[in-house]
Design a protein around this ligand. Structure first.
Ligand SMILES: *Cc1c(COP(=O)(O)O)cnc(C)c1O
Length: 353
């Protein structure tokens, strides 16, 4: 996160503007600069309080019939299922392919033929790039909107980066744990300025040019203070990214060959977590690391279908999700890790698995 010194000039602007929230000048500037970063016009971006809310609003903006099923992977962060339920849809879990960590588009296309499937929800796994043109094709052929949960893909989506937004709506998280954090925040990206405006309308009580609520809606606006953090973060993004790239490179050199990385990891994109899949059950390695004072985290747990809140949702068989849930480890990953610390983590991982 940017330091206080970097944020302070923007806070002084807020004092001068006396504009504190509700699409103020700093929010507009952030929308503009983030749009340029992703190769989009400012009007193709809607800033919201977090990605979970952004995903719910993106689904709502597509006018999907309430109560219909939404095809989605179980191999994702639990917030994905929360966002789908928040849009009054029923998560229907589908397995992922072992190499892409994403559902098989052919299987999705077949399942989407059912009359009561209203939408398709696809996740860019840990920020890894997806072929969005392929998912646009699925949306076109099935007539079902595809929403892309690209929560961890801030950098992957950059202008000239490895994943370009297509016609499907894309949502990025700006949470502090992600690669570009503003504390709490999210962005909805769409080629369609009218859809972005619809999302902004849904995020401000359904107001659009008057104080009349045109839609059932909510309050998901960001304040000028949040925008100040974002603008300060963009000012130092190049340095921040270089530090993440360095940590990424060090891990790639030191990791045992038996560890599977997220698809295309570090190949033209960086993210703020590193989840590896171990060759067998990860418990031994996790305990070995813990015994030597190295904490790990299971970002996605054992899949959404094992969360008590979503255990009763309809599901296809999930053999890959089950296996990956048992074999995944989120390794220590932060900007000022030293080469020595990374070597030590990787040596412990080698001994423990
Ligand atoms: C982080 C994350 C979210 C939630 O993002 P918030 O901004 O914290 O709401 C949703 N989906 C995935 C895949 C994530 O990694």
């Amino acid at each position: 996160m940017p330091t206080t010194d970097r944020i302070a000039p923007y806070l002084r602007q807020i004092d001068e503007n006396r504009w504190y929230t509700n699409q103020g000048p700093l929010c507009n500037a952030l929308q503009q600069r983030l749009g340029a970063f992703w190769g989009l016009d400012a009007m193709q971006v809607a800033l919201v309080t977090n990605a979970t809310t952004g995903l719910t609003l993106a689904l709502q903006a597509h006018n999907i019939r309430p109560g219909t099923r939404c095809l989605m992977p179980s191999w994702t962060f639990t917030a994905s299922a929360a966002a789908v339920m928040g849009a009054n849809l029923v998560p229907h879990f589908v397995d992922v392919c072992p190499t892409t960590w994403v559902p098989d588009p052919t299987q999705i296309e077949q399942l989407a033929q059912a009359e009561d499937v209203g939408a398709i929800f696809i996740v860019a796994p840990f920020g890894a790039p997806l072929d969005l043109a392929l998912w646009d094709g699925v949306a076109e052929r099935t007539g079902r909107p595809v929403i892309i949960d690209a929560a961890a893909a801030f950098d992957t989506l950059r202008h000239n980066g490895p994943m370009r937004p297509g016609r499907s709506t894309v949502v990025v998280s700006l949470h502090a744990t992600k690669i570009f954090g503003i504390g709490e925040g999210g962005a909805v990206l769409t080629h369609d300025p009218a859809l972005a405006e619809h999302v902004r309308t849904l995020a401000r009580f359904g107001f659009c040019g008057s104080r009349s609520s045109l839609f059932p809606s909510m309050n998901a606006k960001i304040s000028e203070y949040t925008a100040a953090v974002g603008l300060a973060g963009l000012d130092c993004w190049d340095e921040t990214r270089a530090r993440w790239q360095h940590i990424t490179d060090l891990y790639q050199q030191a990791l045992p060959a038996s560890m599977m990385l997220p698809p295309d990891f570090g190949n033209g994109w960086v993210s703020a977590t590193l989840t590896v899949i171990t060759p067998t059950d990860a418990q031994d390695a996790i305990q070995h690391l813990a015994a030597h004072g190295v904490q790990t985290v299971s970002w996605w747990g054992t899949g959404c279908h094992t969360q008590p809140a979503y255990a009763n949702c309809p599901s296809e068989p999930l053999p890959v999700t089950r296996t990956y849930g048992q074999r995944s480890i989120g390794l220590p990953f932060w900007q000022d890790l030293t080469a020595g610390q990374i070597t030590r983590v990787c040596a412990l991982l080698n001994e423990g698995s």
